[in-house]
Each structure stands twice: as C-alpha cells, then as structure tokens.
Ligand binder design. Sequence first.
Ligand code: ADP
Length: 259
Amino acid sequence: MDTRPSGPAPRGSGAEEIIRFDHVTKSFGDNTVLDDLCFSVESGKHVTLIGPSGSGKTTILRLLMTLEKPDSGLIRVNGGQLFPADEKQRREVRKRIGMVFQQFNLFPNMTVLRNITEAPVRVLGLDKDEAEQRARELLELVGLSDKTGAKPSQLSGGQQQRVAIARALAMRPRVLLLDEVTSALDPELVAGVLDLLRDIARSTDITMLCVTHEMNFARDISDEVFMFDGGKVIESGPPERIFTDPVQERTRDFLGAVR
Ligand code: ADP
C-alpha cells in the first residue's frame, strides 16, 4: 500500500490498484475528519484501518459506499471514478462494492432469502431463480441453510450478521467493506463471525477494507494495517511490524490502550 502524501498513482508498477484516495478532504462543520488523505490498496489485499474513535475510519467506508461525499479530492475504485463523477458513473462503480455494517441493517420485513436476492435482482438484473440459487449457496457457506424463510427478528445477532455477509457477497463485490462487524454481537457470537470472515478472506480474491477493534483478527487477516490519527494515515505496514514494532508513538499509545 502506498501512503505517500501526494502525487498521482504510479503507472505500470506491478499489482493492480483497486482503491485510490487522492488528496481527499472531508469536514463536518468545523470538524475536519479527513485531511488531504492519500492512500491506495492493491487488488485482493486485506487492509485493516485502526486508530482512535473519531479518527475518520468509518467515514472512509461511507465515502466508498457513496453514503457521504468528499469536500475535495478524487476517489477511484476498480478502474472507475467514484468522486468526482456523475450519478450514473457513480452507480456503476458502486455496484462492485459491498458493505457489512455494525448493526446488520437487514430489511426487517423480508425473509432471509429475499434479503439476499433483492439487490442482485433489482440492481444487477439477475433472474429471480438464478438469484435464489446463488442465495442458497451463500446461505450454505455461512451455515444458515435452514433459515431461508426466517425473518431477521427470529435470528440471533450472529446469525443476522452472517445473513448480512451473504447479502454483501451476493453482489459479487470486488471490494468488501467491514465496519466493526462484531461490535454489536454478544461475546459468545463474535468468534463464529470472525472465523467465517477469515474463511472468506482465505478462499476468495475479494479486496477487504476492514475497520475493527479486534486486534487479533486484524493481525490474522490483514496484509497491511493503516493507523489513522488526525485525519491522516500516520503509519502503515504489515501487521507483524505495526503490532510488534510501531514507529509512531501515537500508534504505540493506541495499541497499548486497546490491548
Ligand atoms: P471512526 O470510525 O474513526 O470512529 P468516524 O469516521 O465515525 O470515526 O467519525 C469521524 C468524526 O466525524 C467524528 O468526530 C464524528 O463525530 C464525525 N462525524 C461522522 N459522521 C458525521 C455526520 N454525519 N455528521 C457530523 N459529524 C459526523
């Protein structure tokens, strides 16, 4: 990953770049959350964003989901431009980005199966039977084959999060965003969801961008870790270095506090 403070992406320098933030700034009122932020992620990598609460990690995921707009700067994903871009272009790029939220965000009135088929049918234009077949395969993958007809309220938090993961995968994303996906779960349900995500990370070529306080999980699945503070990436590198030998004092303090 490249966290140089400025300049466009180098061309022809090896692995394919799938995400790029170039000089991205985002403020809420007087609060500058992202400050001239530059980074890139190579295709297929698993990157974890760490840093104190309020350092802008979720805002990065929300920008990629087009739930927020940057004040300035450029965001590219999967060879297309997300910002600046017109709505049509943005929708096209956005189709290949999936997100799993802290609070699951399932459609409460739809069955588990319909939660998973809805977007592939509506957004990708998949045939209903084809979408259902794929949904059943994904439910098997996440261990919920027997819950196709259940409503989200009939499931545990861990099961709901598994459905949310299946729903994100149903869109065949190139990029999967994971925002504190275990923090709303009862402690005994956390390990199962993390194990599932580890399996997905190992068995697919999906690029993952993950915000988590689960440092063991971050260490386990990440190719690279980004430490955020003050609207910038202050340090990045492979987990074995960041977690054992961080360069920045703020990284050491942060890791000391969350362990
Ligand atoms: P993190 O994920 O690192 O905890 P966030 O990206 O959620 O940080 O938030 C960064 C800062 O932006 C926080 O100070 C938060 O209060 C503020 N913020 C985020 N979203 C909004 C919003 N929609 N309106 C106003 N302030 C916001």
